[in-house]
Design a protein around this ligand. Sequence first.
Ligand code: ADP
Length: 634
Amino acid sequence: MSDAAQRHEFQAEVQQVLKLVVHSLYSHPEIFLRELVSNAADACDKLRFDALQNAALLQDDTDLQISISADKESGTLTISDNGVGMSEQEVIDNLGTIASSGTRRYLENLSGDAREDSQLIGQFGVGFYSAFIVADKVTVESRRAGAEAGDSVRWQAGDDGSYTLEAIQRDQRGTSVTLHLKEDAKQWLETYRLREVIQRYSDHIGFPIRMLETVTQPLPEDAEEGAEPETTQEWKEINQAQALWTVSKNEISDEQYQSFYRHLSNDMEAPLAWTHNKVEGRTSYTSLLYVPSHSPHDLLLNREERKGLKLYVRRVLIMDAAEQLLPYYLRFMRGVVDADDLPLNVSRELLQENDQLNKIRAAVIKRSLDLLAKLANTQEEDYLKFWTTFGPVLKEGVVEDFEQRDRLHKLLRFKSTAGDDWTSLEDYVSRMKPEQDCVWYLTAENEVAAKSSPQLEAFRKAGLEVLLLSDRVDEWMMGYFTEFDGKPMRSVAKGEVDLTAFESEEDRTKRESHEKEHEDVIQRMGEALSEHVDTVRASRRLAESASCLVAPEHAMALHLQRMLKQAGQDVPDQKPTLEVNLDHPLVQKIVNTQDEEAFKDWTELLYEQAALVEGASLKEPTKFVERLNRLLLA
Ligand code: ADP
């Protein structure tokens, strides 16, 4: 290395990523090739885009391409491109620090458990540092498009936590990455091995990938016996160099679709489904959309993480336009849209109000939902895999996309009291009792709380199925979800319920006279609890429990009110209603209590029981314990 080379330390986080990548992926060393070829292709895409504004950047080197050459003597493998290149500062920023916020968040998500973390890294674009899986030293030489030959830079790093930088003279624009292969990675000097991996991972790349191959020339006819044939080195194109989405559907194998998905999403797992469409007409475009099988380290649940739909205009990558093309609730989708009729220099601002783009957006939404519906109808198991990962995201659509609500409602899946399986609303409706006129549901903090809720008792007894919802978004969603198939959606935990249609004549008469008889005592209970509840009433929901708390018909569920309060939000103070089960021995005991103090104690206890079962914590636990002890010792 020349004396002029300057030594720099890697940012601590880079070292961490480096170690992790090498450590986690040593069993998949071929990943490095995919990542470096992918970076080279991105650099070509970037230059093609920049050249739209400034054609001079291309000079006379107009055929963007990627070259791969192995040198057995020096044990090196070089991946070069004549793409956009990097200035010295860009090299420092991109290769010496963790620039991408995705990487940073990935690091923040690390658990410290090596096994878990290595799975995490599999879901995350490992990028440039994957070079160190197979190399103990990496040299990058680069010249930015538009810069002079003398403004080029050489970056070199081993595995000792530092790198060097020096100014060099470089004739060609672009970047070359040279890997000094480790002893056990010499297979990457063999062209057949390189070809195999590139064809598997990078065949769809829209730029030619050339490889320097040794070609044996045929012996001339008059060659002497025993003469060695001559060999020459020739550049051979080893991919189709045709952007995958431009190829017609019936010429693309599943394997090719999957490998393109990997390139697009950095996801090593296969997607669950895809849809590829070419639309011709007033707005002509091609779309290729994928449903991933899992969420990249939970980032998809972050609403601001809306990336992954790339917009091309006539084969030129313009930008990631997921924000323009995908609503929040479809932010898990990945893919490509290639529009024919947009101006190449279209900006983000222009996109916002572009008519063509609005049409494409509407089509992308419809196609995505159709794709999900098809998955749901034909591959239930895969759909449930999708649902358990992205269901909570899709649910946001019920609130935010009124136009698509019918499609979305059909895609929802629920747990229910009918069994352990997921159910659709259509299936629920098909199981409804003839007298049943609404879809019953319950929202709760979690599935266990939902299943054991006392609110369900009378429904169970009447044989009515109740949907059990326990995602955080559920209560919000149900606020906007009023009916399905003409049947109102009703919470079992809000307002008054009337299950008279499911009662025998005899039971009803008995209940009604019971209620009448207890009107006074119920009113007294209400007075005793006026501080905590709005009213007390005889319950038609309970069968086994003594009491339960109920929110008013149009109020927020109690657990949500509590959650929002804990999060410091202003929640209007709406007192719940206490319902008591007149058939319960404890309630009977209270009814028959003559002692006014004991009556108050018992009534308070009834309220406190209901609050505890509902999941609330008691405001004055000491008083509760004192009261309990008083009653136990009486
Ligand atoms: P990612 O590609 O996911 O951003 P990488 O670690 O692979 O992460 O690369 C970091 C950055 O380095 C890239 O975003 C790009 O700006 C730059 N880079 C990498 N390889 C090249 C290349 N061949 N030409 C130009 N820039 C490159």
